[in-house]
Design a protein around this ligand. Structure first.
Ligand SMILES: C[S@@+](CC[C@H](N)C(=O)[O-])C[C@H]1O[C@@H](n2cnc3c(N)ncnc32)[C@H](O)[C@@H]1O
Length: 258
């Protein structure tokens, strides 16, 4: 920990946290809450408490990638479980600054890097555990992101969370339907990705919100096997070897061979 932050009084921590901008993560920094008035309550602790037991308690010997890490709440928790290495990436430097400060005050050593999910291939390595929490619906190209994550960075486990709207039902679907079939699209449990052209919850970065069936279908289509569903928005997956869509590789395989 940097000496300067190590010696901060609670009032100085509060002041520094304020200077780092609006926090989405409420993190306890030695008694100082970073987002005490979060609209979702004590977030993301309230979410984490619902699925924490579904992840390995001991991560010693494991590497972790936290995509869209924000102020580092989940990265810090993974390090607290003993992970050898935790890398948090986010495309927003303001959040990464918050994460650096939070990690220092929590006394954990995590790596942080400004990187978009669309550029995960640049990491050039795979990780035992990849977290992709609360990011999908902020993307204009969500399936591309899942394809890239599957292709380039997930070695084993993948933990996914998305805001979901619409029915929680999941319809058992056939492999194929004739062109004349229309009724299936009316069913509540058919996969639906709701497009937000303007704003949802005052947030112009909410673009696509899946129902539960769609979250599951997109995960499978990107090549993930769903192992567990410990919380309504959280899916624990394992990397499958094949993707449903051929050619879901970027750049194109043909170009890579050139
Ligand atoms: C709703 S927050 C979720 C934060 C954290 N993962 C969680 O679950 O609490 C979404 C985060 O994703 C980040 N993000 C959005 N689009 C991104 C992108 N294309 N690449 C990397 N991070 C992105 C945002 O900056 C923000 O920190």
């Amino acid at each position: 920990m940097q000496d300067t932050n190590c010696r901060l009084t609670p009032e100085e921590i509060r002041q520094r946290a304020l200077e780092l901008g609006d926090w989405f993560h409420n993190i306890d920094l030695r008694g100082v809450q970073t987002a005490p008035h979060h609209f979702l309550g004590d977030y993301p602790a309230v979410k984490w408490n619902q699925f924490a037991d579904a992840l390995p308690a001991d991560l010693r010997g494991k590497t972790v990638l936290d995509i869209g890490c924000n102020a580092g709440f989940y990265s810090i928790e993974m390090k607290r479980r003993g992970a050898d290495r935790v890398l948090g990436i986010d495309f927003d430097e303001t959040y990464l600054e918050q994460a650096r400060f939070a990690a220092e005050l929590c006394g954990v050593d995590i790596e942080l890097r400004m990187l978009s999910v669309y550029d995960v291939a640049d990491l050039g390595e795979t990780f035992d555990l990849v977290l992709f929490m609360g990011v999908l619906y902020h993307l204009r190209h969500p399936l591309l992101a899942l394809d890239l994550i599957h292709e380039h960075v997930v070695k084993d486990l993948f933990v996914f969370q998305s805001l979901q709207r619409g029915s929680p039902e999941v319809e058992a679907l056939q492999e194929n339907y004739p062109f004349q079939e229309q009724e299936i699209f009316e069913r509540e449990g058919f996969p639906r990705l709701h497009f937000i052209e303007k704003r949802y919850s005052d947030d112009q970065t909410n673009w696509w919100i899946p129902n539960r069936a769609c979250s599951e279908a997109m995960l499978r289509s990107a090549g993930f096997e769903i192992l567990d569903h410990p919380e309504e928005e959280v899916f624990i997956c394992r990397r499958g070897d094949t993707t449903g869509a051929s050619g879901a590789v970027y750049p194109a395989r043909g170009r890579m061979r050139d």
